[in-house]
Structure formats: structure tokens, C-alpha cells
Design a binder for this molecule. Structure first.
Ligand code: PLP
Length: 237
């Protein structure tokens, strides 16, 4: 059951997170308004999401297609949805007209399917390229050496717009340990932007989660994906 205490807790958490975003931005001379707070609502119930919407959170991230579609149907046009997890090609059709941004484009086979489905509904779909900066075997993403080539290939897809890069840093107790990951992604981002590739718009750097978002902001993140620090510990992974 969702109680008044739950609502209060989420509102407090949100105030805290926003304050921390503001302070991190100011530490490095950035405007906090340039940083999008993406509330990661996977496993979280509708009332909790509605609490965040009341607090003017506009953007929510889900990593499972089925869950995203269910919540989308319930909440209609009240917020924007982002797909942040690994996307199977056979599920693209369910979300193609529901998401404002896919953060996890990591292979050409997936680009092919997004292109096909986007064209079928006459849309241009915004995507970020997921980069496996740390090289961890368990993580999805294009390797840093191959990103530029991959971006060039995707630039030829008329119904896909590449809007930037995304990465997931390894989990660590001390976020300073992964500062290099964020710095590296920013470097790659700047390098690609310098290439001025047709149909590529390097606008978003999606990096930083509950335990490392302040360091990510210091290194240039303009989308932070935050779940636990807003909604609390998840019940299932
Ligand atoms: C779950 C998830 C997050 C949020 O993680 P928290 O540690 O709960 O903030 C961010 N990005 C991705 C890709 C995720 O799967």
C-alpha cells in the first residue's frame, strides 16, 4: 500500500536530489537547469510516479518494455518516457511511438529494427549510443574505439536521430573511482561533435546514477538517471 509517509519520503528525496544536482552544477560553474533529472521508475508503483509528477518531474526511465508500456497506458500524456535498458529487437515495436529517447542503442541490428518501425509510423526516433567505457564484460555498449564508426553508420538511417551518448559506470563505493569513466565519455562526445556529422546532434550526455551522479555532473553529464535516491531501494532487481 502507498501511504502518506511514502509520498512525503519521495518528496523529501526529490528535494534532496535536486539540491545535490544544483550544488554539483554550481561547483563547476554550470547552470543546474541544463541538467535533466531522469527519474528511474523501474519496479516503482504508479502512486509513487504520480507523486514525482506532482513535484514537476517530467521524465521517467524504464528498462523493461512491458513495464514501460503498462505505465504509459495508465499515465497517458502526463510525463515523458525513456527506455534505458537493453532493448530486444522483437520489442521495439511496442515502444517506438511511446518514448522520447532510447538510451541504449548498442548494435546495428537494433538500429535496423528501430529504423524499420520508426519509418512505419512515420517518426524520427531520438536515441543515445550506449558506450561501454569501462570495458566490463557484463555491460552492454559499443567499445570506445568503435563509437565514432558506429555513429557514422547510424547517421545514414533517416528515421533515427542520434542525440548523444550514454554510459553506466561500474558500481563502486567511492564515485571518485569512476570519474575517469565520465571524463572519457565526455571526451568521446566532444570528439564526435567536432566531426560535424550529418544527422548527428551531440546534445545529451546521459551518465550518473544514485551513487555517482554528482561526479558525473562535474564531468559534464546533462542527463542523470536516478532511481534509488528518489524512490528508495527496489524490491526486485
Ligand atoms: C536502474 C538504472 C538506473 C538507476 O539506478 P539507481 O542506482 O537506482 O539510481 C540508471 N540507469 C540505468 C541504465 C538503470 O538500469
Amino acid at each position: 500500500m502507498f501511504t502518506e509517509e511514502d509520498e512525503l519520503r519521495i518528496r523529501n528525496n526529490l528535494n534532496n536530489v535536486r539540491e545535490r544536482i544544483r550544488k554539483a552544477a554550481e561547483r563547476c560553474g554550470r547552470n543546474p537547469d541544463d541538467i535533466m533529472l531522469l527519474a528511474v521508475s523501474k519496479t516503482v508503483g504508479i502512486e509513487a510516479i504520480e507523486t514525482a509528477i506532482k513535484e514537476k518531474v517530467l521524465n521517467f526511465g524504464e528498462n523493461r518494455v512491458q513495464e514501460l508500456v503498462q505505465k504509459y497506458d495508465i499515465l497517458k500524456g502526463r510525463c515523458n518516457w525513456h527506455l534505458i535498458g537493453r532493448l530486444q529487437t522483437n520489442k521495439v515495436k511496442y515502444i517506438i511511438d511511446k518514448v522520447v529517447l532510447i538510451h541504449s542503442l548498442d548494435r546495428l541490428e537494433l538500429a535496423d529494427e528501430i529504423q524499420k518501425r520508426a519509418q512505419a509510423c512515420n517518426r524520427v526516433v531520438n536515441t543515445l549510443i550506449q558506450v561501454n567505457v569501462s570495458g566490463e564484460e557484463t555491460k552492454a555498449g559499443i567499445s570506445p574505439d568503435e563509437v565514432l564508426n558506429f555513429v557514422k553508420k547510424v547517421s545514414a538511417y533517416p528515421n533515427i536521430k542520434v542525440k548523444g551518448l550514454m554510459t553506466i559506470a561500474p558500481y563502486t563505493d567511492n564515485p571518485e573511482n569512476v570519474r575517469w569513466v565520465f571524463r572519457r565519455l565526455k571526451d568521446i562526445f566532444v570528439d564526435i561533435r567536432r566531426e560535424n556529422i550529418n544527422n548527428i546532434d551531440m546534445q545529451y550526455l546521459s551518465m550518473g546514477m544514485s551513487h555517482d551522479f554528482e561526479v558525473a555532473i562535474e564531468e559534464g553529464a546533462n542527463i542523470v538517471r536516478i532511481g534509488t535516491s528518489i524512490f528508495g531501494e527496489r524490491q526486485y532487481p
